[in-house]
Design a binder for this molecule. Sequence first.
Ligand code: ZN
Length: 505
Amino acid sequence: MDFLLGWRVFPLLTLLASFLFFFYMKTSSKPSNSECSLLPHDRFWILSNNIVTPTGVISGAVEVRGGNIISVVNKENQQWKIKSNVVDYGDAVVMPGLIDVHAHIDEPGRTEWEGFSSGTKAAAAGGVTTLIDMPLNSYPSTVSEETLKLKVDAAEDKIYVDVGFWGGLVPDNAFNRSALEGLLKAGVLGLKSFMCPSGINDFPMTNASHIKEGLNVLAKYKRPLLVHAEVELDSESDSEASDGINDVRSYSTYLKTRPPSWEAAAIRELLAVTKDTRTGGPSEGSHVHIVHLSDTRASLDMIKGAKSSGDSLSVETCPHYLAFSSEEIQDGDTRMKCSPPIRDSANRERLWDALTEGHIDMLSSDHSPTVPELKRFDEGDFLKAWGGISSLQYVLPVTWSYGRKYGITLNQLASWWSERPAKLAGQDLKGSIVSGSHADIVVWEPDTEFELDDNHTAYHKNPSISAYMGKRLSGKVLATFVRGNLVYKEGQHAPVACGVPILAK
Ligand SMILES: [Zn+2]
């Protein structure tokens, strides 16, 4: 392009780009109607002395219009003072809403475990503005275009926050490129696979060859593969446990059946394949994300090494690994059973170190509830009880309450719970308080304490099975906005569920 022509075309291009931008902003947000929000304005200002932006915590205002953040201004900027529709939250923290990339909403099929309505009400009450649903524990599992449609249909008109979906990479579809592409084209944000039995019959485990094939397909769509990294290894304690030598009510018995070597062995196997994701590699463009890391020894060192070699790799851990330690789990308290297991307190300290030093990239709930009967509280049998921890509504106060002694900051919380999860899920318009983003916001009071007792209103199904019941936490959610809709405010939800299913294009 010649120089002069460039100058003539440039303003036109800018005009076209702005037109497209505004058109996109208009169409990408569902217009708020009065029933979607507890606040009757389409345009308003959120004020606070603690607004968490990517460049630091500021005192100022966030301008919202049509579901999006239009501007973020410092207090010194007087602009907002002349405006009406101002909601002043004083010293309460205004932070990007949490994006939970690992939640099991078990509808359709096991709605008595968790459903879209209950799960997203709990999310909203906990400041979680986006959930990415796991492809298993519902029935059928989300492993095809057809089963994804069942999920999306089941979610319709029931969701209070936005919900995206991971699809399953299973032996049935791993070598069937057109089936996998069908699932990706239908809108799953990425795939999930297990390197050990998942505990769900219609979600079988994959090996490294399945994963290699899956990554190759994902590369084309630039979407991630999430992996449950444990492989079953024979161990003496395993047979001792099943022979009844160990007490099945003792947590240590369960712990011995899933040692750290299971995680390390899986990660070793997995990293042989993640090399493919490197620049110039056969699956460049894909990404591997290790879910719920528990082991901080060999596993973590291998992950660090692979990252520094250029593998496109990230890793999450969950609040229950950061809050609890194996030594404190009471006999028969199967609320605490999950896999991989909660390990000892020295391991927990190293998890905090890895998180605060940036080796663990993000957090997720792994909210994986069931009905109380399957937790087998009567017998307290750790080997037979359902493995999965129910936590969705509490992840923000839990992370904050247990993290305070490690000096965690509001910006770290926003990075672990919003910015990096948004990136993993390919949600460029979510996860940060910046102009142009969706107005997905949580307002909360870090110093307000509350007891998780029977008087506390929990919205997820089967609240009694949550591992956090009986705990005192600090960090009370006052309000949650999803694309500008005030969907939750101090114990009240908006009359209508106006969250939207997020489907990748
Ligand atoms: Zn899970």
